[in-house]
Design a protein around this ligand. Structure first.
Ligand code: 13P
Length: 333
């Protein structure tokens, strides 16, 4: 049994309280590779931002659970080496689908876990989330649960259509589960193809997706004042990355994300954790494709992973400073 505190990690409790009071959101970036981890830490240190590094079940299968846990420990040491004396880094399980997976992560040093029972019947979702909360809270690990279903595909999580969170359920759900934060469904979805062109409106040659259901968000906020709300599926799918990918041999059609202005607006509310994965994948792939197309003789992975890391870092800094507003929000620098 490893406790996250011994690894220099923190849970989400205090950072969420400050984020809600301060009207900003904490970035939750997914990672599978060393370059993503380095870029996340460099961006968080440069901007003096708290950060959540999250690992999905698919990431654990890809990179190995032990390796990812040691990478998070390394992330704390790396942040300190980069000059941040008091980094606030959370190691979070994204979309845990069973009690056993959550327990395994808690036992190996995760400081936060998500139990995603959103596809289960309501009472079963509550029972599963409560079981995880009861175990996690013994070790001061925070728990995110989900109500409502997001459409889209991400690793092993997929749903054909979304079901918005029902505001009338949130008090009962959060009270009976004891969860520390609640992921809700208000129109975001996983992946780089969040909307079909038919669902969008053409404005000045740009496809603008339907707005998020802010009315539902505000109703939930009224029912649970000050309670931390989480938005999954919040990549904005930057057009310049998609265009670079397509210019250099890729084929990404109709990739559409969540406009950043809407995420900026959400950050000012009780939404205090915003999940971004696809934008990192796009930034990495665009840089690798461009480099390899322009340097066909290169075969040392460092030659193309270095610009990939730079591009991801640039994207993470942009999100922190211009979208979520968590820059300069470390409790102590
Ligand atoms: P995106 O696919 O929009 O990046 O969402 C990631 C996410 O919600 C991870 O849980």
């Amino acid at each position: 049994m490893v406790n996250y505190k011994d690894l220099g990690l923190v849970n989400t409790r205090e950072m969420f309280k400050r984020a809600i009071a301060g009207g900003y959101a904490i970035p939750a970036f997914n990672f599978n590779t060393m370059e993503q981890m380095q870029a996340i830490v460099m961006a968080a240190v440069e901007t003096k931002s708290p950060v959540i590094m999250q690992v999905s079940k698919g990431a654990r299968n890809y990179a190995n659970a032990q390796i990812l846990r040691y990478m998070a420990e390394g992330a704390v040491a790396y942040a300190k080496e980069l000059g941040c004396e008091h980094p606030e880094i959370v190691l979070h399980l994204d979309h845990g689908d069973s009690f056993e997976l959550c327990k395994d992560c808690i036992d190996m040093g995760f400081s936060s876990v998500m139990i995603d029972g959103s596809s289960l019947p309501y009472e079963e979702n509550i029972a599963l989330a409560k079981k995880v909360v009861d175990y996690a809270h013994q070790f001061d690990v925070t728990v995110e649960a989900e109500l409502g279903v997001l459409a889209g595909v991400e690793d092993e999580v997929s749903a054909a259509e979304s079901h918005y969170t029902k505001p009338e359920e949130v008090i009962d759900f959060s009270t009976r589960t004891g969860c520390d934060s609640l992921a809700i469904s208000i129109g975001t979805s996983h992946g780089a193809h969040k909307f079909t062109p038919e669902q969008c409106t053409l404005v000045n040659g740009v496809l603008v997706p339907p707005p998020l259901a802010f009315d539902i968000l505000h109703e939930i906020e009224k029912k649970l004042p000050g309670f931390p709300i989480v938005l999954h599926g919040s990549s904005s799918v930057p057009m310049e990355e998609v265009e670079t990918i397509n210019k250099y041999g890729g084929h990404l059609e109709a990739a559409i994300g969540i406009p950043e202005e809407q995420l900026r607006e959400a950050s000012k509310s009780a939404v205090c954790k915003i999940n971004i994965d696809s934008d990192s994948r796009l930034a990495m792939t665009a840089a690798v494709r461009k480099h390899l197309a322009e340097h066909p003789g290169d075969f040392d992975p460092r030659q193309y992973l270095k610009p990939a890391r730079e591009n991801m870092k640039k994207m993470y800094i942009h999100k922190i400073v211009n979208v979520l507003g968590s820059d300069g929000k470390l409790a102590e620098c």
